[in-house]
Design a protein around this ligand. Sequence first.
Ligand code: PLP
Length: 399
Amino acid sequence: METRAGDPGAFAQFDLNRVDSPAFVVDAAKLRANLAVLADVRDRAGIKVLAALKAFSMWKVAPIVGEYLDGVCTSGLWEAKLAAEHYSGEIATYCAAYKAQDMAEILQLSDHVIFNSPGQHARFAGEIASAQAAGDQFDIGLRINPLHAEGEVPRYDPCAPHSRLGFPVDQLLPEHLEGVSGLHFHTLCEQDFEPLKRTWEALEARIAPYFGQLKWLNFGGGHHITRADYQRDDLVAFLREVKARTGCEIYLEPGEAVALDAGILVGTVLDTHWNGMQLGITDISATCHMPDVIEAPYRPAMLGELPIDEYEDGGEGGAPVRLGGPSCLAGDVIGDYRLPNGAEPGTRFAFLDQAHYSMVKTTTFNGVPLPSIWLWDSESDRLEKVKGFTYEDFRDRLS
Ligand SMILES: Cc1ncc(COP(=O)(O)O)c(C=O)c1O
């Protein structure tokens, strides 16, 4: 999978020795810039935009998110609790399947509770009635599967054959929408406007009979709205038209677009050796710190890296080095890079665009330490260590 982010922005001027290693550094100014773009789309289109906590939930910056957006979307009880404790605005919760023991609290915390199937909705009718009787105010939603695939990679395509995500729209019957105020679909991943438009064109006729009874439509995430070349004017025109035609409030819930290019992961080369090519072992692990590198897979861009093909053409600078983590996993390989400052042990480097889907996914497999978390503001140059992790954090998760 080819990522279309990786713009260094202000990080091009950041001295990597100002933080410990490994460390995530998030630029508050870039975050604000992304949020301003999302708020502008929201205002021009007359819709609501929620930030997807699954992508980026560094709650230290929750007040910044709250300044711009209408709230957050969450993936279950723990994110909904985090949202209620730290974020402002609406909370929309969707989970592929809820547990009975979580339901009462989810209904209490959330403004929208979105089910993945009419079956689960029906099974929780008792909990829903009790919550309503207790005065909890929430809308029920249903996630549908538009059965229109736009994904490049099946793993990231909720419309791939036999997908469990969303109720297949060809099975939707009027009785499935009793007590349902909104429909939700999420089918995109790092995509442009056209795939959203095509999805809507494939879906609209199937759900049009219900427009009169629905309050809202939620078009999920996966919209790369804050990428410089995203077609924002087309999106705004489309959203205005859909809102007018359906009479529904429209929601988008981007995650990646909120934090796009707003963070780096700083690491250090620990050792090098040769096995048919130059190898570098670093304190950043793909499997522990950037699992999408292996899962997607993709190659994260490096701050200031030298192009590999220029070396092949006899260009200046060092040979490519295959960087990998300190873990035991043979496949804990990040990729081949020509580091801007060479690859001697002790050299600092940074991977770009690591604020989303990395910080939220870290693990301590092999006892590999978690990266600390820093907040930088490239406008004021203020730098603050938000969080460091200790041996005790690792130990206390295990027994
Ligand atoms: C239901 C739902 N909403 C929103 C998102 C956020 O998507 P993205 O971060 O790609 O914008 C996801 C991502 O998987 C999702 O599953």
